[in-house]
Ligand binder design. Structure first.
Ligand code: AHR
Length: 491
C-alpha cells in the first residue's frame, strides 16, 4: 500500500463532537449502566456509577445525546423532575414494555454530563409531544429569570439555569417518531424550532430529524423547505452485518463472508455522507448546516445474551475495526460532518462499556475511541491511498483504510486500519510538507476477529505500543498485522 499526504494543505477542522455518544432509556444503558441510585451497593457518586464516570472522563467524551432514540418521542420530561418518589411511572413501549420509573430525568442527565465533562444534547418529543411541552423544557433548563418553568426548576433544587447548546427536534420521525412524510415533518420542524428559544446568552444549535440511511428525498425536502431554520440535519446509519433481520449473524462467531459484508456495509457510510452532502450543498453552499450522524454503530440480529427489547451485544475486534473505519470517514468529511454519536454508550449495541453487577469492562471500541481522540480539534489532512484489494465473490474493497490530521503543535497523527482478517500489509507513507523526525505508535489487534474482553479477562483486546515502522527520508514504512488498528504520532 502507498499513502501520499500533504500536511501543509489541511482541510477542515475535525470537530470534537465527532467523538460523541448516545444514551437512551433502553435495556441496561441508563439504569445499571449509568444510574444505580445512591443506596446501591455498587460504588457510586450521587447515584451514578463511579467506575463509569472515571472511564468516560478518561475518554474525553465531548457530547452525550439523551433520552433517545425512539424513547424520545414518547418521553414527557415533566414526569422526570421533582422528588423521585413522586415521579410518574410509565411503560417503555419501544423497548420491551418495561416500567420506567423516571428516576433518571433532566437534572440527573445534565449532572451526569457535568461529571464526565460532556456537553448535553437533548432530543425533544415531536411524535407524541406538543410544541408547548418542548418550549417549556427549554425554558426550564435555560431561563435565568422568573417564569413558571424557571421557578419550578428552582423549587426542584437548581437555582442557576444550565447551559444547553444542542437540541434535537424529534427522532426518526419518518419511523418510530410518527411515520411522517418529509413535507409534514418539515412543517412541524419549522413550527417546533420556532419555540426552542434562546434565553439570555444561551444559544441553541437546532438539529432536525434527517434521513433514514439513503432516503435522499427526505434530505431534499428538509433542506428545501426548512434548511434555513436548522443548524444540523441528522443521519442514522447502522452497520447491520446481515441485513435488516433477514439473516442470522453473531459477533462472536467468525465467518469470512459475514466479515466481508460487515466491511462493505461499514464503508457505505462514506457514500451516504457524500450523497447527502451533495444534496445539502444545493441549498447550503457554505456548508452552514452540519450533517449530524447521531446514531451509528454495529447492530447484530442474533446474539447470545440479546433480547429484541434490550439490544445487548458482545463487542469484538470486529467492532473495533468498524469504529476505526467510521471515525476515519468522519475525519475525511469533517467539512460537513460536525457531530457523530455512537449508539450506544453502555450495554446497548456497539457500546464502549459493558457492565455486569458491580463489574465493568472496556470494549475494543472503547480503545479505538481512546487511541483516536488525538484527532479531536485537529485539522484533517488530504490523503491518497493506493491499496491492494481485499476481494470476495467478485467484490473488492481496499485492504487499508486511513485518515490523518495535524494539530496546533504541528504533530501529525495517522490512523490506519488493516481490514484483511488474515494478511499483514506493508504501507509506505509519503509525507509531504513536513520533515518527520520522530514517530511513536499504538496498536490494537487480536488473534481472531471475534476476540473480545470478558469480565474474567478484561484486557484480552487492549492497545499496546507499536514499533513496526521505520523512517526513510520523507517516507514512513509501516508493517501492519492483519485485523489491526494503528495510530501513529509523527513529530
Ligand atoms: O439505538 C436504537 C434505536 O435505533 C433508536 O432508538 C432509534 O432511533 C434507532 O432506530
Amino acid at each position: 500500500t502507498k499513502i501520499r499526504m500533504n500536511v501543509d494543505m489541511p482541510l477542515s477542522t475535525i470537530d470534537r463532537n465527532i467523538y460523541g455518544h448516545f444514551s437512551e432509556h433502553l435495556g441496561r444503558c441508563i439504569y445499571e449502566g449509568i444510574w444505580v441510585g445512591v443506596d446501591s451497593p455498587i460504588p457510586n457518586t450521587e447515584g451514578f456509577r463511579t467506575d463509569v464516570i472515571e472511564a468516560l472522563r478518561h475518554l474525553q467524551i465531548p457530547i452525550l445525546r439523551w433520552p433517545g432514540g425512539c424513547f424520545a418521542d414518547e418521553y414527557h420530561w415533566k414526569d422526570g423532575v421533582g422528588p423521585k418518589e413522586k415521579r410518574k411511572r410509565m411503560i417503555n413501549t419501544h423497548w420491551g414494555g418495561v416500567i420506567e420509573n423516571n428516576h433518571f430525568g433532566t437534572h440527573e442527565f445534565i449532572r451526569f454530563c457535568e461529571l464526565i465533562n460532556a456537553e448535553p444534547y437533548i432530543c425533544g418529543n415531536v411524535g407524541s409531544g406538543t410544541v408547548s411541552e418542548m418550549s417549556e423544557w427549554v425554558e426550564y433548563v435555560t431561563f435565568g429569570g422568573e417564569s413558571p418553568m424557571a421557578n419550578w426548576r428552582q423549587e426542584n433544587g437548581r437555582k442557576e439555569p444550565w447551559k444547553l447548546k444542542y437540541f434535537g427536534v424529534g427522532n426518526e420521525n419518518w419511523g418510530c417518531g410518527g411515520h411522517m412524510r418529509p413535507e409534514y415533518y418539515a412543517d412541524l420542524f419549522r413550527q417546533y424550532a420556532c419555540y426552542v428559544r434562546n434565553y439570555g446568552e444561551n444559544k441553541i444549535f437546532k438539529i432536525a430529524c434527517g434521513p433514514n440511511v439513503d432516503d435522499y428525498h427526505w434530505t431534499e425536502v428538509l433542506m428545501s423547505q426548512a434548511g434555513r431554520y436548522m443548524d444540523g440535519l441528522s443521519l442514522h446509519y447502522y452497520t447491520f452485518p446481515n441485513g435488516y433481520g433477514k439473516e442470522k449473524g453473531s459477533a462472536t462467531e467468525f465467518d469470512e463472508t459475514w466479515w466481508f459484508r460487515t466491511l462493505k456495509r461499514t464503508l457505505y457510510m462514506e457514500e451516504l455522507i457524500e450523497r447527502h452532502d451533495t444534496i445539502m450543498t444545493r441549498y447550503d453552499l457554505d456548508k452552514r448546516v452540519a450533517l449530524i450522524v447521531d446514531e451509528w454503530g454495529t447492530w447484530y440480529n442474533v446474539e447470545p445474551g440479546t433480547t429484541p427489547g434490550f439490544l445487548y451485544q458482545q463487542n469484538t475486534m470486529r467492532d473495533a475495526l468498524v469504529a476505526g473505519i467510521n471515525l476515519n470517514i468522519f475525519h475525511r468529511h469533517s467539512d460537513r460532518v460536525r457531530m457523530a454519536n455512537l449508539a450506544q454508550l453502555i450495554n446497548v449495541l456497539q457500546s464502549v462499556i459493558l457492565t455486569e453487577g458491580a463489574s465493568m469492562l472496556l470494549t475494543p471500541t472503547f480503545h479505538v475511541f481512546d487511541m483516536y481522540k488525538v484527532h479531536q480539534g485537529a485539522k484533517s489532512i488530504p490523503l491518497h491511498v493506493d491499496s491492494p484489494a481485499y476481494e470476495m465473490n467478485g467484490e473488492r474493497i481496499d485492504r487499508i483504510h486511513a485518515s490523518a490530521s495535524v494539530n496546533d503543535s504541528g504533530i501529525l497523527h495517522v490512523s490506519l486500519c488493516n481490514l484483511d482478517h488474515a494478511a499483514a500489509e506493508e504501507i509506505e507513507i509519503d509525507i509531504r510538507g513536513k520533515k518527520a523526525t520522530h514517530v511513536t505508535g499504538t496498536i490494537l489487534t487480536s488473534e481472531a476477529i471475534q476476540d473480545h474482553n470478558t469480565f474474567d479477562v478484561p484486557d484480552r483486546v487492549s492497545p499496546c505500543a507499536f514499533r513496526d515502522y521505520r523512517l526513510e527520508d520523507d517516507r514512513l514504512i509501516v508493517r501492519m498485522p492483519s485485523k489491526s488498528v494503528v495510530v501513529l504520532a509523527v513529530e
